[in-house]
Design a protein around this ligand. Structure first.
Ligand SMILES: [Zn+2]
Length: 157
């Protein structure tokens, strides 16, 4: 008896399998924007601060006068790490991958992945632009919306 031939190695490693995000009233505009291919941030009408993560009030002056706007989707890698081990089924086949804080041109930082290049090509200060990967609906999720959602990540600009 002979062992079965091992399967051919894939030529491209798969993306992480992102789960559908837990959407709440504060983050709904952000996630729905991502589903449309837009990076939506918040700006305080009282003091002008741009903030991320989404909140019901301004984290700087506590005003409730918050507006949403579509950001440029451009920024720079502020810092990053290359993940070489992850036994979570959603990420196991995606290693090595890059987790990074991207400093958006509008000011806030976003914790995200850098994709579209080899991890060894990522550097601090590197210009990046947003890219979106759709996430499938999770029939068990308590998410109260049916809109298509996506996860923002970044690619070299
Ligand atoms: Zn404010």
């Amino acid at each position: 008896m002979t062992a079965p031939a091992s399967p051919a190695k894939p030529t491209k490693k798969p993306d992480p399998q992102y789960k559908r995000p837990a959407v709440d009233w504060e983050s709904r505009a952000y996630w729905e924007g991502a589903g449309r291919g837009e990076l939506v941030l918040q700006r305080c009408r009282a003091c002008g601060v741009v903030q991320h993560r989404p909140r019901g009030v301004c984290a700087s002056c506590l005003s409730g006068e918050i507006e949403h706007f579509v950001a440029s989707g451009l920024g720079r890698v502020y810092t990053f790490s290359i993940v070489r081990q992850n036994q979570m089924p959603e990420f196991r086949d995606a290693v090595p991958y890059v987790v990074a804080y991207v400093a958006l041109d509008e000011g806030p930082q976003l914790l995200t992945n850098i994709v579209g290049c080899e991890p060894s090509a990522v550097s601090i200060g590197m210009r990046v632009r947003v890219d979106f990967v759709p996430v499938p609906a999770d029939p068990r999720a308590a998410t109260p919306i049916d809109a298509p959602l996506a996860v923002p990540r970044f690619v070299p600009a």
